[in-house]
Design a protein around this ligand. Sequence first.
Ligand code: GLC
Length: 515
Amino acid sequence: MAPSGPMPRRKQSRKGSMADVPKDLLQEIKRLEDLFTVDTAKLKAIVEHFISELAKGLSKEGGSIPMNPTWCMGFPTGNETGTFLALDMGGTNLRVCEINLPEEKGEFDIIQSKYRMPEELKTGTADELWGYIADCLQQFIEYHHEGEKLDKLPLGFTFSYPATQEYIDHGVLQRWTKGFDIEGVEGKDVVPPFEAALEERGVPIKLTALINDTTGTLIASSYTDSEMKIGCIFGTGCNAAYMEHFGEVPKLAHMKVDPQQEIAINCEWGAFDNEHKILPRTQYDVIIDKDSPRPGQQSFEKMVAGLYLGELFRLVLLDLHEQPHVKIFEGQDVSALKKPYSLDASFLSDIENDPYENLQETHDTFNAKLNIKCTKPELELIRRLAELIGTRSARLSACGVAAICKKKGYKTAHVGADGSVFNKYPHFKARGAQALKEILDWDQGRDGKPLGRGNDPVEILPAEDGSGVGAALIAALTLKRVQEGNVMGIRDPEGMLKGMKASDPKSKQVAPEVK
Ligand code: GLC
């Protein structure tokens, strides 16, 4: 009898077959498999080196991985309240949010606007950048608070680039990442010019905390799930933050803080293995690095992050086409394929998502985007290459997570993750979970249950909105500390409270009071 009721849904999968693929292409596929596959032993070796590099970054002498202390000291309790602004300067968009943290534990309300980041801004001048951001904030406030007389609103600014922070409301940009290249910002504190642009326009905002997206992700995720121990971004860039004890941070020993006190560390692990000691770089990774605005930097990021996946794929295909012994795209005009950074990670996602045995969608995409008409064997190679690049990214990314877990001795943990690659790239989560299993030698799940979603000892899960709620929470935690007189890592505690509702006890407006 046919089963009644809804049938369990199975995700469409594609068997694929290499039966028709000629020998030369099969050989190339094999070569690419060898180049891009990272086996268990290599993963483990990478993790061991990663652990020592994390520790080195915390040491006095320092290492490649910056391990930046963020002055966000500890997790939220869930009882934070008040109204805060959050600003997120991402690669493509600028997002402004107003977040209300109500009395109810772990809840929040949010209103937000998104503004396009004009592409020219990424390589323009610093004045243009800060001016544009201040204009967006002004527009947001005028729109949402028309005619109101406002006290200064506290702002958490998510600035997702490596910055050394002597204070939470301060940040010296170490170097631009993710394709940004604005002159005169590297090596300088980004806060004063940002505040000056606000001041010039009379925008009633006080920057309370400068935040990395990973720290925001960590804090936002732990607000709703106390098992969250690490915040990760797998997107245009790749990075993580976690809570460390002062006792484990020799480079802060001079501050003589209680060794048990926690502080969030923004790892900036994109810089892992800048010395090229362990990562299995291919000739294509070398080209990406050489042709990037900052050669020699962000070595790990350049192998795993969304910004580079499409470019890697393009470089491999172009190289194959140019090899006389490999017959690929013969007689076709490959000029579109010659344009650097013309393919993004979503191009690869689409290929990996093509459910058809004959890869019709991939065929059409190549035709539409690159003006190349692929044969069936070429399509098989293309699909395999996308799988290899996507799989390598997920497996190497998992090495960072495993390294933090091992360093901290976490046998179980939740990891909050965000970013376009994590959220949209097919199989990224499953491939990452598989790599964790291999690295950490699991044979069973939590409480002896079978391994799998919900039971894996360490799980990478979709995070809460780090650059919105996370930024608001960090602003809240910071104000609370200042109000309580705990001013460690705060540049100008009095200045921070000045003009804010909370600093005037007689104010009738709801204060951004933090319990
Ligand atoms: C880059 C940035 C880092 C950020 C990451 C994810 O690695 O340097 O600060 O967290 O991208 O956006």
